[in-house]
Design a protein around this ligand. Structure first.
Ligand SMILES: [Zn+2]
Length: 237
């Protein structure tokens, strides 16, 4: 038979266990993970976009450098061609023609490189466009995940607030010294300060009490709080 204080404590314990579970469930709500995933997806897309834009800029610089080199080579070639028209010695003419050929070959390489660079830019542009077209979906996914999480948290918060209100009145019904003892045990014993006696067994530590211990528990005064000899939780008879 449970004494009045013990009955109040076991109700307080049940309430605290419920509050602990609510706090844990609030912390572990899968909606946190959904929001993290949506945010990470959006961040990765932003990162990809920044990388592509940077690459696009690098290619612009390469193209400008190629064009400058090609232009300078063109000036040199024009000069060599003018020079060629004034030369009569075969060997000198051959040397100049060789130089002109070399310049033309290099300009051909530069043109090929520019073509490849423009193709890469085109590819980057289409990737950037594709990213841009799917961006609203990512923004929406983050918004939806945030809203879902907020809703779940608000639900937990209202349950927790109601339980805490309930707790206040329960705590007020028990003496301050008993509450202090209860709180001390709870923080020491993983949140569970009160256990029921189920036959010979303590439901807190699941150990059997010896006949002698059982006798002491049974003969304790009805308003006395008895501790389990094994785990020291308050035993409700
Ligand atoms: Zn015990």
């Amino acid at each position: 038979m449970a004494t009045a204080v013990a009955a109040q404590l076991i109700e307080l314990q049940d309430l605290d266990t419920r509050l602990d579970r609510l706090a844990l469930a609030r912390r572990n709500a899968p909606e946190h993970g959904h929001l993290d995933a949506a945010r990470s997806d959006a961040q990765q897309a932003a990162q990809r976009r920044a990388e592509r834009q940077a690459r696009f800029g690098t290619i612009d610089e390469q193209i400008a450098a190629n064009e400058k080199e090609s232009e300078q080579l063109g000036v040199t070639r024009d000069r060599l061609q003018a020079q060629l028209r004034t030369v009569f010695a075969t060997r000198e003419a051959e040397a100049l023609m060789h130089e002109i050929d070399t310049i033309n070959a290099r300009r051909g390489e530069l043109d090929d490189a520019e073509l490849a660079a423009l193709e890469e830019q085109e590819q980057l542009m289409s990737e950037l466009d594709a990213d841009e077209s799917t961006e609203p979906q990512r923004v929406e996914a983050v918004g939806a995940a945030k809203a879902a999480l907020d809703e779940v948290l608000a639900d937990f918060d209202s349950q927790i607030a109601a339980a805490q209100e309930d707790r206040k009145s329960r705590v007020a019904a028990v003496s301050a010294a008993t509450v202090a003892r209860y709180e001390r045990l709870r923080s020491k014993l993983g949140g569970v300060a009160v256990a029921r006696l189920n036959g010979r067994q303590c439901t807190g530590c699941h150990l059997d009490l010896s006949p002698g211990e059982l006798d002491l528990v049974r003969h304790a005064a009805s308003d006395e709080l008895v501790e389990c000899p094994q785990c020291s939780r308050l035993l409700v008879r």
